[in-house]
Design a protein around this ligand. Structure first.
Ligand SMILES: Cc1cc2nc3c(=O)[nH]c(=O)nc-3n(C[C@H](O)[C@H](O)[C@H](O)COP(=O)(O)OP(=O)(O)OC[C@H]3O[C@@H](n4cnc5c(N)ncnc54)[C@H](O)[C@@H]3O)c2cc1C
Length: 424
């Protein structure tokens, strides 16, 4: 078994990074080379700006190259919960932002010729318990009537042709998609370079200073100055960006990938080949890869670390969950096991804007594989002085009390959700 992301292992290595010293003056500097940063850099370069990306590791090294590969066109919350918290107008605007994000990626992939297996597969939100189906049905009524008619409610009987596991029904979101995340990251980075962006890998920003005219950014390989800065560091934000560290909770999420399945195994488990998410609080998400592996993820345990030991521990839990959902695959070989950090906010709504001289977009709370491209582009447009399309405008973002970047409370949150899953 490889302890490496399947997406990293099966994508072309990005070869467009600049090897020389980090130096010069730029209109815009983007910190972080995930989807947010790369999409912003491409948009800025297309808009005529001189732009540099500073990435601590490699492009796509963070959550962008480690996720489940689901491009959902709806919210992380139930739409009803978002409506109750934000009001109807804002909940619809946020739903539309996620919906638009999938369209944006589809168009970008076509425009740049990125070979990343983008496919409108549709998503199933699966009811793990009968009472969960009631909640899913209530949510479906509102979603279908108010914001996304391209949805359907499937009964347990309807599900028989969709999935080889006895769930109690599901909501189908037909516009949701999937793609190969590693190929997209490499393709997006190459597109940014083609449009003129400079990308430095292995260039962690260790010091940021605001000057009268702009910003100085220091890395171990040199320093640059820039008129504008976009912080796109998500769950991997370093302590020197303490404003964001006090607002982003980095939570581990873990994934295993099986060996390629036979057509008979797929027919017995995932015949409709959609993205799937279960309704438990500590639930699972899964899909097939382009080479027919089952990519099966979940929070597994509430951990704030992702390293080989932590990933392996979570991998064991995920294997048991996989066997519980698909007993047919209980003994299947697992080829990959990896983990990554998810950038959660306290209310699970993302944040993007301008604070104290820097632009930012992050906090996607597990639903950023699509929104990161969209918000990266929207923030780039704002930096270029274009129309402000930021769907997160006006969202307050207070610091989390008693929190400075180390999520000491995660084990307790984990216990709470485990207990909730037992009773609800
Ligand atoms: C296991 C897992 C499963 C997920 N599954 C899904 C899913 O199926 N669907 C979905 O929608 N979302 C999913 N997500 C979330 C989604 O992947 C993220 O929201 C999205 O990729 C965030 O992109 P980003 O560019 O903002 O951040 P990232 O991709 O994390 O990029 C941030 C980058 O910043 C760099 N960086 C940090 N500090 C510095 C510094 N000081 N200097 C320079 N560089 C720095 C890091 O090295 C990193 O590469 C998942 C996440 C994980 C971890």
């Amino acid at each position: 078994m490889k302890f490496v992301s399947y997406w990293h292992d099966t994508a072309p290595v990005f070869a467009g990074g600049v090897k020389g010293p980090v130096e010069g003056h730029y209109d815009a500097a983007v910190i972080g080379g995930g989807f947010t940063g790369l999409a912003a850099a491409r948009q800025l370069a297309k808009g005529g700006a001189k732009v540099v990306v500073l990435e601590a590791e490699r492009v796509g090294w963070g959550a962008s190259g480690r996720n489940g590969g689901h491009l959902n066109n709806g919210l992380a919350h139930s739409y009803l919960a978002a409506k109750a918290e934000l009001g109807k107008e804002r909940a619809i605007a946020l739903y539309r932002a996620l919906d638009d994000s999938v369209d944006t990626i589809e168009a970008l992939v076509a425009e740049e010729g990125i070979d990343c297996n983008f496919r409108r597969a549709g998503k199933l939100k699966l009811a793990s318990k009968p009472q969960h189906f009631e909640a899913i049905a209530r949510n479906f009524e509102a979603v279908h009537a108010e914001v996304d008619p391209d949805t359907a409610l499937l009964s347990a009987a309807d599900l028989k042709s969709e999935i080889g596991s006895p769930f109690h029904g599901a909501m189908l979101s037909r516009k949701s998609a999937m793609m190969h995340m590693g190929r997209y990251a490499a393709g997006l980075a190459m597109a940014a370079v083609r449009h003129g962006a400079v990308i430095h890998e292995s260039a962690a920003v260790t010091h940021h200073k605001q000057t009268g005219k702009g910003h100085d950014l220091t890395t171990a390989r040199g320093r640059i100055s820039a008129d504008n800065v976009l912080v796109a560091t998500g769950a991997y934000t370093t302590p020197n960006f303490s404003y964001f560290r006090r607002r982003i909770i980095s939570v581990g999420s873990f994934i295993i990938a099986t060996r390629p399945l036979s057509d008979a195994e797929i027919g017995a488990t995932m015949p409709s080949n959609r993205t799937c998410v279960t309704s438990m609080n500590i639930g699972n998400y899964f899909r097939l890869s382009p080479d027919k592996r089952l990519i099966f993820g979940g929070r597994a345990r509430f951990s704030a670390t992702s390293d080989q030991r932590s990933d392996a521990k979570s991998g064991q839990i995920l294997r048991a969950s996989l066997a519980a959902i698909f007993p047919q695959l209980a003994k299947v070989e697992i080829d990959y096991c990896w983990g990554g950090l998810v950038d959660m906010t306290k209310d699970r709504f993302p944040r993007a804007g301008y604070h104290d001289g820097v632009w930012y977009a992050m906090g996607y709370s597990g639903h950023g594989a699509q929104l990161s491209t969209q918000l990266g582009m929207i923030m780039a447009d704002a930096m270029l002085g274009r129309e402000d399309r930021n769907p997160m405008k006006g969202f307050e973002w207070p610091p989390i009390p008693g929190y400075s970047g180390k999520p000491w409370f995660l084990p307790m949150v984990g216990l709470y959700y485990k207990a909730l899953d037992r009773v609800k």
